[in-house]
Design a protein around this ligand. Structure first.
Ligand SMILES: [Zn+2]
Length: 132
């Protein structure tokens, strides 16, 4: 079955693309202290919680270049600018850092920022732009 074989090959290629995307947005935790247990499942994927700190480190509000904090309300995830309050959606783990896609909410309060600091999924910081 030639077509069947081609279909299987195309399927494998698609899986490879997904794996590559997950490696970018869900890099394995390689903390040197080893305190964070490796929770990778049998399939080798670590369940995504929060955003990868490496990714967060390079993200800033595209409008004013200020730090953003990761926030979650139920299933909705977003990055909220700590300066102007714009809220950027996170879709399937991918931040959509477009001003046109942003909604404007109230500025994060100090307790919001503190909460973002406190939420460290699997030991990962949930806020960037801070030297803490
Ligand atoms: Zn902003």
């Amino acid at each position: 079955m030639r077509m069947g074989w081609l279909g299987a090959a195309a399927g494998l290629a698609a899986v490879g693309a997904v794996v590559a995307a997950r490696r970018i947005f869900n890099a394995p935790d390689d903390n040197a202290d080893g305190a964070i247990p490796n929770r990778s499942g049998a399939n080798g994927f670590t369940p995504r919680e929060g955003l990868d700190p490496t990714l967060l480190e390079i993200l800033a509000c595209p409008d004013d270049k200020q730090p953003v904090i990761y926030q979650r309300e139920g299933d909705a995830e977003r990055l909220t600018c700590t300066s102007c309050g714009k809220r950027y959606p996170v879709r399937d783990g991918i931040p959509v850092m477009l001003i046109d896609e942003a909604t404007v909410g109230p500025l994060p309060t100090e307790s919001d920022v503190a909460a973002a600091h406190a939420v460290r999924p699997e030991g990962k910081p949930a806020i960037v732009g801070s030297s803490a």
